[in-house]
Design a protein around this ligand. Structure first.
Ligand SMILES: [Zn+2]
Length: 484
C-alpha cells in the first residue's frame, strides 16, 4: 500500500551495520511451534480475514484522518515491518481516535494503534516496541493458530468469527454486536494471546525492534509501566492492551534479560517527530480547549528542558484550535527561527494562514516545501485540500496521481481525487474514485452504487465502460462474501 523502496534500502544499510556488530550478541531459542496455521489458511485468505476486519472496524468507528499523524504512524510501521521476518507483507497501519491504551493486529498485516497508546508512550522506542510486538503476532500467525482447533469450520465462518472477535478487542461496542451476529459465545477468549504466543511475540518483536534501530529496553520498560499503571488504578482501568496481551512479572523479567544481551546502539532516526506528533494528537483529541491551554501554560512554565520545542508546538496548535491566530503565530515563531525547514512547523504555519483566510500564502508555503520534501504524503494532502478550496483542480490532480504511482492508495487519497475530478467536470471519473473511497472505507454497497453512476456517466467510451464493469464485478463479489 505504500512505496517501501526508500525504507527497504535504509533498512538494508542498518541491517548490514547490525550484522557487523551483533553477530555474537544474541542466540535466541524460539519456542517450538508447528506452522499448521499456514496449511489451514492461505496468505490470500489471511489477507481477506484482515480486510474483512478492517472494513467492519471502519463501519463502526472513524479512523484518524490527519495526514501528518497517519503518515507518521505508517512510516514508523513500515520501517519496523521492513525488519520483520515478513517484510514483503502488504501492511496497513492506521490510528484509531480512542483514549484507551491499545494496539491490535489482524491477519494479513493490518495493525491499529489507539491514540491513547501513543499519548501514553514516553519515547518513540516505546511506541515502536508495541508495534514490533504486534507485527510478530502477525508474522507468526498467532490468531489463526488459536482458531486452529476449530478446523471443522469453513474459511468464511472462521473469517467472520475472527473479524468479530478482533472487532470486540478494538471497539467493544461494535464488537459485542458483531459477536452476537455470529453467535460466537466465548470466542473472545480465543483471541487473548496465549503465554507461548506472547513470549514468541516479545522475542521476535525485540529482534525486529533492534534491527530497526530502536532501544530493546523500551519493550520491558513500557510493558512494566502499563502493568504498574493497571495495578495502581486497578479494576476497570486496566489498559485494553493488557487484556489481550497479558503481561506477567516473569514475562517482563524475561524481556529485560533478553534486552541486555543486545548491544546498545546510538539512536537512529528523527525522534523529534514523535514528540511533535504526540502534541498534535493531544491537541486533536482534547475536548476542552481551555483545559488544553492550561496544560500547555503550566508545561511551558516548568522549563525542565525536556521536549520544550514539542510543548511550544503543541501550545501553538492549541491556540490555533481556540481561534487565537495571532498568538498561535507568535508561539510558533521561535520554532521557525530555530528550525526553518522542519516540515511540521511549516505545515502549522500554513494551517494558521488557512485559518485566517490567506489561502494564497498557505499555497506558497506548500510550494516552497515541495522543493525540500517532494511528494511528501502529508504535505501533498494538505496542499491538495487548499488547492481545491481555491478551485485549482489541475495541479491537485497532478499531485494526487503521483501519490497513486507511489503506492499511496488510502481512502483519503481517493476522496480527494473524487473531489478533484468533480471540479474538473469529469463526472464518470469522479464517481469511480468515490467508489474506491467507499471500498477502502468498508462501504461496499455505496462503492457499487458509485460504479453504477460512473458507468452511466461514461457515455460511449467502450474502454471506460468495460473497465468500470469489471471493477463492479469485483466489488459485488467482495460484497457477497462480506454478507455471507
Ligand atoms: Zn501480544
Amino acid at each position: 500500500m505504500h512505496c517501501m523502496k526508500q525504507i527497504l534500502s535504509f533498512s538494508l544499510v542498518i541491517g548490514l551495520l547490525l550484522a557487523a556488530t551483533s553477530g555474537r550478541a544474541v542466540d535466541i531459542a524460539l519456542p517450538e511451534m508447528g506452522d499448521s496455521a499456514g496449511e489451514l489458511i492461505s496468505p490470500r485468505d489471511e489477507h481477506q480475514i484482515g480486510q474483512a476486519f478492517f472494513w467492519r472496524l471502519q463501519q463502526s468507528t472513524p479512523l484518524v484522518e490527519d495526514p501528518e499523524v497517519t503518515s507518521y504512524i505508517q512510516s514508523l510501521g513500515y520501517r519496523i515491518a521492513a525488519n520483520s521476518s515478513e517484510p514483503g507483507l502488504d501492511y496497513t497501519f492506521f490510528m484509531v481516535p480512542d483514549p484507551s491504551v491499545n494496539a491490535f493486529a489482524a491477519p494479513g498485516g493490518f495493525i491499529g494503534v489507539n491514540s491513547g497508546l501513543l499519548l501514553t508512550a514516553d519515547t518513540e522506542d516505546e511506541l515502536a516496541s508495541v508495534m514490533a510486538h504486534e507485527i510478530a503476532h502477525i508474522t507468526q500467525r498467532h490468531i489463526l493458530r488459536s482458531f486452529e482447533r476449530h478446523k471443522r469450520m469453513t474459511i468464511p465462518r472462521t473469517a467472520a468469527m475472527i473479524a468479530a472477535a478482533l472487532l470486540g478487542a478494538a471497539d467493544p461496542k461494535a464488537g459485542s454486536a458483531a459477536l452476537l451476529a455470529v453467535q460466537a459465545g466465548d470466542i473472545q477468549s480465543m483471541l487473548d494471546y496465549s503465554r507461548a504466543h506472547e513470549a514468541e511475540a516479545d522475542n521476535l518483536g525485540m529482534q525486529t525492534l533492534v534491527a530497526s534501530g530502536f532501544d530493546p529496553e523500551a519493550m520491558p520498560s513500557f510493558f512494566e509501566k502499563l502493568q504498574l499503571a493497571s495495578r495502581y488504578y486497578g479494576g476497570d482501568t486496566v489498559p485494553e492492551f493488557l487484556r489481550t496481551h497479558p503481561v506477567t512479572t516473569s514475562r517482563i523479567a524475561d524481556a529485560k534479560g533478553r534486552a541486555v544481551q543486545y548491544q546498545v546502539r546510538p539512536q537512529l532516526g528523527d525522534h523529534k517527530q514523535f514528540y511533535l506528533i504526540r502534541e498534535k494528537l493531544r491537541v486533536m483529541m482534547a475536548d476542552k480547549t481551555s483545559d488544553l491551554l492550561d496544560h500547555y501554560k503550566s508545561a511551558m512554565s516548568r522549563k525542565d528542558g525536556k521536549n520544550n520545542d514539542a510543548v511550544r508546538y503543541g501550545y501553538a496548535l492549541a491556540l490555533l484550535k481556540n481561534g487565537q491566530h495571532t498568538l498561535a503565530r507568535e508561539a510558533l515563531q521561535p520554532l521557525l527561527e530555530k528550525e526553518r525547514d522542519r516540515l511540521a512547523y511549516q505545515l502549522a504555519l500554513a494551517d494558521i494562514e488557512l485559518a485566517v483566510g490567506r489561502v494564497e500564502s498557505a499555497l506558497e508555503i506548500y510550494d516552497d516545501n515541495q522543493r525540500l520534501y517532494p511528494d511528501d504524503q502529508a504535505l501533498t494532502m494538505e496542499q491538495v485540500q487548499a488547492l481545491l478550496r481555491v478551485g485549482r483542480p489541475q495541479q491537485a490532480d497532478k499531485l494526487l496521481q503521483t501519490q497513486l504511482e507511489l503506492g499511496e492508495n488510502s481512502a483519503q487519497v481517493y476522496k480527494l481525487l473524487a473531489q478533484t475530478k468533480e471540479q474538473m467536470g469529469q463526472k464518470s471519473q469522479s464517481h469511480r474514485y468515490l467508489a474506491e473511497f467507499y471500498f477502502q472505507s468498508g462501504l461496499l454497497k455505496a462503492a457499487a452504487d458509485q460504479l453504477q453512476l460512473a458507468a452511466n456517466a461514461a457515455g460511449y467510451d467502450e474502454y471506460q465502460r468495460a473497465s468500470i464493469a469489471s471493477r463492479l464485478r469485483e466489488v459485488e463479489s467482495a460484497l457477497a462474501q462480506m454478507e455471507q
